[in-house]
Design a protein around this ligand. Structure first.
Ligand SMILES: C[S@@+](CC[C@H](N)C(=O)[O-])C[C@H]1O[C@@H](n2cnc3c(N)ncnc32)[C@H](O)[C@@H]1O
Length: 293
């Protein structure tokens, strides 16, 4: 597994403020409730592609006698994950003395974040050593998801759990051609990097079988993320307008995901109009699969 001194894998969305803003809205409650009934207090949980770690740190309360380790290829986002958790832990202590360098305390004493490329096998864990591997909105961006799942199988203890939650497809109401083009372009940018993009959620159980998990030991389900008018829709539109104004717009032009700045401006106007609509509704269907080793 690579570290900070080796090139980082390219993540099609990048880590601009507007990308990370959507990741930090995620919690165990809204993104991992299909896993929590399976957790026991002494479990070790590894979160692959943990991003800013808001879900990762949420697992700590479920495994007070165990440990939680988040891994991401971006050193900057891991630093952010650590700082966010240290800030919360400091708020708990009277001295407020905890720092990123000292490590985590309080409710997060059992939490670690590491920089690493999860596609560069082997993952840094022994065979049969981990209770739970969780991954959320990460395999959708990765060209070799089966390799990652095979590694998850190797590090899990017998009876251990792989829990995956990945988007499948999105829908907006009201919708317009530039809005449809925006969502298609998001998925296309993942496909341009060799990843599956759209349709990932429906394939998780197939990839898990290819990697060696048994179908008879899987729970294959789905959930949804929904944002509606007024506040959530305005926020969600703003997040995506911010992405188009930043490095994603530039990359889409360079990679010919869009043909002109004019198309980007049309998408931004469509997002703004959708976010302002009193009827605004957005959903993304999420594949949720739990596999037992
Ligand atoms: C959409 S974000 C999801 C973050 C988090 N799981 C969440 O749901 O909020 C995908 C994350 O996967 C990370 N990632 C992409 N490719 C990776 C790789 N090869 N190894 C480790 N992390 C990777 C990205 O840096 C990014 O933070």
């Amino acid at each position: 597994m690579s570290s900070t001194d080796t090139p980082q894998p390219t993540y099609s969305q990048g880590h601009s403020a507007s990308v990370v803003a959507s990741h930090v809205s995620r919690t165990v409650e809204n993104s991992a409730s299909f896993l929590t009934p399976h957790l026991k207090p002494d479990f070790t949980i590894v979160d692959l592609g943990c991003g800013p770690g808001t879900i990762t740190r949420g697992f700590c309360a479920f495994v007070p006698d165990g440990s939680v380790i988040g891994i991401d290829s971006s050193a900057a986002v891991i630093e952010q994950a650590r700082s966010l958790a240290v800030g919360l832990a400091s708020g708990e202590s009277e001295s407020g003395a905890s720092s990123a360098a000292e490590g985590l305390k309080g409710s997060y004493a059992n939490l670690q974040f590491r920089v690493g490329d999860i596609t560069a096998a082997p993952l840094p864990f022994d065979d049969d050593s981990v209770d739970v591997v969780y991954t959320h909105q990460t395999l959708i961006h990765i060209p070799s998801p089966i390799r990652v799942i095979r590694e998850a199988l190797r590090i899990l203890k017998p009876g251990g759990i792989l829990a995956m939650r990945e988007a499948d497809h999105a829908a907006n109401e009201p919708t317009t051609p530039p809005l449809e083009q925006y969502w298609q372009s998001i998925f296309a940018s993942a496909r341009a990097m060799g990843a599956q993009g759209e349709g990932t959620g429906r394939r998780l159980h197939l990839w898990a079988q290819e990697a060696g998990f048994e179908r008879s030991k899987m729970q294959i389900g789905a959930g949804a993320t929904v944002y509606t008018a007024p506040d959530e829709a305005k926020w969600w539109a703003g997040v995506h307008i911010g992405r188009l104004d930043g490095e994603i717009g530039e990359r889409w032009l360079r990679d010919k995901i869009v043909q002109s700045q004019h198309e980007i401006e049309d998408m931004k106007a469509a997002l703004r109009a959708w976010g302002d609509s009193p009827e605004a509704w957005y959903s993304v269907m999420q594949g949720e699969v739990v596999c037992r080793k």
